[in-house]
Write a protein that binds this ligand. Structure first.
Ligand SMILES: CC(C)(COP(=O)(O)OP(=O)(O)OC[C@H]1O[C@@H](n2cnc3c(N)ncnc32)[C@H](O)[C@@H]1OP(=O)(O)O)[C@@H](O)C(=O)NCCC(=O)NCCS
Length: 168
């Protein structure tokens, strides 16, 4: 799907594929330590082979990931958003997202998240959960923008657990 942002950036958003491993490796290399930490809640200088398989070899039903690349330079990754269904609560999934530092603050995250919500709802998912750093305002605002109802629980040690009932 083609998505044009107000900033002028044109992205192509599509399901992630096993062949996207080099794109993810490069994307992580370009990600600031702060964004790495915010996404993975720990330092993440590189992916292991197992992590790369997990992140790119998804089943498209219980684990769905959308990747956004620049329309004019498809080797430039803009971001990735994913959900992983909770085995015990099949209408609930864990949400995670990352947008490259140079693309942040221009609506790419929100556009990706909205498309992911459509994919989630089509698979019977009604709720996203996320564990974020307590001071991660951008992702908290982003989740609020896709939620009908939002619950924040302080999880301690600087993190916040969020449950969001998805907006229609
Ligand atoms: C969180 C993240 C994906 C948001 O993507 P983005 O493309 O920068 O966000 P958008 O431009 O679509 O904006 C989404 C919301 O965040 C807000 N936002 C963006 N940058 C912000 C900043 N620096 N400070 C405060 N709010 C900010 C926007 O105002 C918007 O909220 P609004 O609709 O209430 O105005 C991106 O910042 C990121 O990748 N961060 C590092 C990884 C991370 O934190 N992942 C989340 C772990 S689950």
């Amino acid at each position: 799907m083609n998505v044009a942002l107000e900033s002028g950036l044109k992205m192509v958003v599509r399901p992630i594929e096993p062949g996207d491993k080099p794109l993810l490796v490069n994307g992580l290399r370009l990600l600031s330590p702060e964004s790495q930490y915010r996404r993975f809640l720990s330092p993440k200088p590189r992916f292991t082979a197992g992590e790369l398989r997990y992140l790119t070899e998804v089943d498209g039903a219980d684990h769905v990931a959308l990747i956004a690349v620049e329309a004019e330079n498809p080797s430039h990754i803009v971001g990735v958003a994913r959900f992983i269904r909770d085995r015990e609560r099949p209408d609930t999934a864990e949400f995670a997202i990352v947008v490259g530092d140079r693309y942040q603050g221009h609506g790419a995250g929100r556009a990706l998240a909205r498309l992911l919500v459509d994919e989630a709802r089509a698979r019977g998912i009604r709720r996203f959960t996320a564990t974020t750093l307590a001071d991660n305002a951008p992702v908290q605002r982003l989740i609020a923008s896709i939620a009908r109802d939002l619950e924040h629980v302080i999880a301690g040690s600087g993190t916040r657990f969020i449950e969001a009932e998805l907006a229609a």
